[in-house]
Design a protein around this ligand. Structure first.
Ligand code: BDR
Ligand code: CA
Length: 315
């Protein structure tokens, strides 16, 4: 069976790690690359975490490429990430990775893989969109080589401000350009919050991964323990496994229901900078350009995540 080539552009990240684990567990996917972007933690850490996650999940055929260290225009000064813990992945210590990154930068690798796979490439972008926007600036014909482009970002409400979601807010210039150039499947906060997992879901995940039969399962157990402990309190929302929902929607299309709308990104320094403005009523008269995740099946999403845990636990 010919597998579907996939690139995950990410800033791991606790929920990014779940997204990578999930995509890697899906037999129809070949993860050709992880491309690291600045975001949840500085690029030096997201890069390191991509290298470590590749080895944790035995992704021998996956390349890792380094991408942007800063957003395109707007400076972003990061504080410690409470949501993602020390180092960016729940404070979990990895062994030193044995394989290095590619010599190519993320945007060159994305383009070369897209051309190589001749229009079959699926891209998940679950961090700020700096790498993707850079690829599109450098290679204007990139869209014709991408089969499907799914992001976690945006939505109809915010988490950094009332209106802006983190990934879009970090680099609104990049996001604006990406939305103008690619048909985006947008899994935003309205969808990810509706798919939040429960304490009972976490307990089942912990039970499945208990005993750590291999390094992937051991890692997922620790990640889930961190996520459970870091949920359900003030400012703690690790029960919302945002990035994995973007992947789940592709693996099991009943998980996420999309509707098409015109969406633009506010990139000016105004109150709602970083908002993905969704024209829900069609008032702009503009052509619909974006598939917006509007409905989710929470029990199904939780099941997809538990099945992923089983996949590793039974390996
Ligand atoms: C998004 O921001 C990050 O903290 C998560 O990894 C996710 O991609 C949620 O707003
Ligand atoms: Ca992320």
């Amino acid at each position: 069976m010919k597998k579907i080539p996939v690139i995950i552009d990410c800033d791991p990240g606790v929920d990014d790690s779940y997204a990578i684990a999930l995509a890697n567990s899906y037999p129809e996917y070949e993860i050709v690359a992880l491309t690291a972007v600045e975001g949840n933690v500085p690029a030096v850490l997201t890069r390191h975490n991509c290298l470590c996650l590749r080895e944790t999940f035995d992704m021998e055929n996956t390349k890792v490429a380094y991408g942007a260290t800063v957003p395109l225009v707007r400076p972003y000064f990061r504080e410690e990430s409470v949501t993602h813990g020390e180092g960016g992945v729940g404070g979990i210590q990895f062994p030193q990775p044995t394989r290095a990154q590619e010599e190519k930068e993320a945007w060159d690798l994305i383009y070369d893989e897209a051309v190589k796979h001749n229009g079959e490439l699926v891209v998940f972008a679950v961090g700020p969109l700096t790498n993707i926007a850079t690829a599109l600036r450098k290679y204007p014909d990139l869209p014709k080589y991408i089969k499907k482009f799914v992001i976690m970002g945006g939505g109809t409400f915010g988490n950094v401000s009332k209106t802006a979601e983190f990934n879009i807010w970090v680099d609104p210039t990049a996001a604006k350009e990406v939305f103008e150039k690619l048909e985006v499947y947008m899994v935003g906060l309205n969808a990810t919050h509706a798919a939040a997992v429960s304490i009972e879901d976490f307990d089942e995940m912990l039970e499945i991964t208990a005993g750590g039969k291999n390094k992937a399962t051991e890692f997922l157990h620790k990640l889930t323990q961190f996520s459970k402990d870091n949920s359900f309190g003030r400012g703690q929302d690790n029960n919302v496994i945002h990035d994995a929902l973007a992947v789940a929607g592709e693996i099991n299309p009943d998980t996420v229901k999309y509707e098409k709308y015109y969406v633009y990104v506010e990139d000016r320094e105004v109150e709602n900078v970083g908002e993905t403005v969704v024209d829900l009523k069609g008032e702009s008269g503009k052509e619909q350009n974006c598939w917006v995740a509007m409905d989710v099946d929470q029990p199904l999403f939780a099941q997809v995540i538990k099945d992923m845990c089983k996949y590793y636990a039974e390996k």
